[in-house]
Design a binder for this molecule. Structure first.
Ligand SMILES: Cc1cc2nc3c(=O)[nH]c(=O)nc-3n(C[C@H](O)[C@H](O)[C@H](O)COP(=O)(O)O)c2cc1C
Ligand code: SF4
Length: 356
């Protein structure tokens, strides 16, 4: 495992290996006020202790109206800083850096009035959702919320933030021309919403604070993802964490002989066009696969998501050649319902108890 356990630097930040734990919301843990609870602190401390090079904390909402679910962590008011600081401190005590993903759910929100770049209707889980075209004032207000959230993350001691720009949430809706039908500058130049936020955050925080983005590779096509990535780099983005874009898009796929997810291939294609670090994600199940992906695609970091939910010690176990366990790809991930019932975790614990 030459590459996977090689240290790297992201700006001035030292990262001890190429394993990144990507953002994963733990539902049902916090109250509607979005304040961090002890369970969040213990969860991130345990993940950090497990040896990953970097943690990106779960989607944390910049606006109570923009929450994906009622019980999501928030960063929309100063009172939330202290609890978040406890998470960041716990992770730092375990010698791991941590970024916080800042998020607005847009048309996927849980509020009454759903914001979207343009009027937009969609079905989600059998329910009709109607997004309302944002006025310029509403755009500015949400941009302000992102900037203030990043400043709060800095005050709480995080090493950086990740803009949530994929998975069909608000920033992603701006990037995607199938959703963003605006005729003004936010439609003609779909990166503008994110770029303005990025530039304003950079003005508001010290230089060493890292600002990256989770970006859709297919938005709707890979050519768009590459264009967005290049533009963001020109405007100072510090890293690109590449995932899927607006849901339901037709993905162009990867070449037939590419053995992993198309989105991992796409991250490698994006890497060819930028010089900032690029992270790849999706269904990376073991250390050998992670190593091969780093070698084959040239990306800088491998995100291990559900693998780490199954086994907090994934990175240390991988380094020491132990079975890291495996996500069983349940029909519905139990971490969205009751983490104690995670089938991969139950299986791994059973195997270990039996001395396998
Ligand atoms: C329970 C759960 C919560 C998630 N929450 C987020 C999130 O907050 N932000 C995000 O960008 N992706 C989120 N994701 C997606 C993961 O970060 C990751 O991209 C996905 O699980 C695929 O990677 P994996 O196969 O390594 O798990 C979530 C995934 C799961 C399973
Ligand atoms: S095994 Fe199931 S519950 Fe556990 S992380 Fe994987 S999908 Fe989620």
């Amino acid at each position: 495992m030459n590459k996977l356990f090689e240290a790297m630097k992201l700006k001035n930040l030292k990262i001890k290996n190429r394993i990144c734990v990507p953002p994963m919301v733990c539902y049902n843990w916090v109250e509607e006020d979005g304040y961090a609870v002890q369970r969040n602190i213990d969860h991130y401390r345990a993940i950090a202790r497990g040896g990953a090079g970097l943690i990106i904390q779960e989607a944390t909402c910049v606006d109570p109206e923009g929450k994906l679910s009622k019980d999501q962590l928030g960063i929309w008011e100063d009172g939330q800083i202290n609890g978040l600081k406890e998470i960041a401190d716990a992770v730092h005590e375990e010698d791991c850096p941590i970024f916080l993903q800042i998020h607005h759910a847009g048309v996927n929100g849980s509020g009454e009035y759903l914001l979207c770049p343009s009027d937009y209707e969609m079905d989600k889980d059998g329910e009709k959702r109607i997004g309302h075209e944002m006025t310029k004032e509403q755009i500015q207000k949400v941009q302000d919320q992102f900037v203030k959230a990043a400043v709060r993350a800095y005050q709480a001691g995080y090493d950086g933030v990740e803009l949530h720009g994929c998975h069909s949430y608000l920033m992603c809706e701006f990037f995607n021309s199938r959703v963003n039908k605006r005729t003004d500058e936010y439609g003609q130049y779909p990166e503008r919403f994110a770029v303005e936020i990025l530039e304003r955050i950079k003005e508001a925080v010290p230089k060493e604070f890292i600002v990256g983005i989770r970006l859709g590779a297919f938005e709707p096509a890979l050519a768009d993802g590459i264009r967005h990535a290049k533009l963001l780099e020109e405007h100072g983005i510090d890293f690109l964490d590449i995932s899927y874009g607006f849901s339901g898009e037709d993905e162009p796929g990867a070449p037939k002989d590419f053995p992993y997810k198309d989105v991992i291939h796409a991250a490698g294609e994006i890497k060819k066009h930028v010089s900032v670090p690029v992270f790849a994600v999706n269904s990376i199940t073991d250390a050998r696969m992670a190593e091969d992906i780093l070698e084959r695609t040239g990306v800088d970091m491998a995100d291990i998501g559900r693998g780490v939910l199954v086994n907090y010690n994934w990175a240390i176990d991988a380094k020491e050649g132990r079975d890291t366990g495996r996500c069983l790809h349940c029909k519905e991930c139990q971490w969205g319902i009751d983490a104690e019932k995670c089938a991969g975790r139950v299986l791994l614990n059973r195997k270990r108890n039996m001395g396998e």
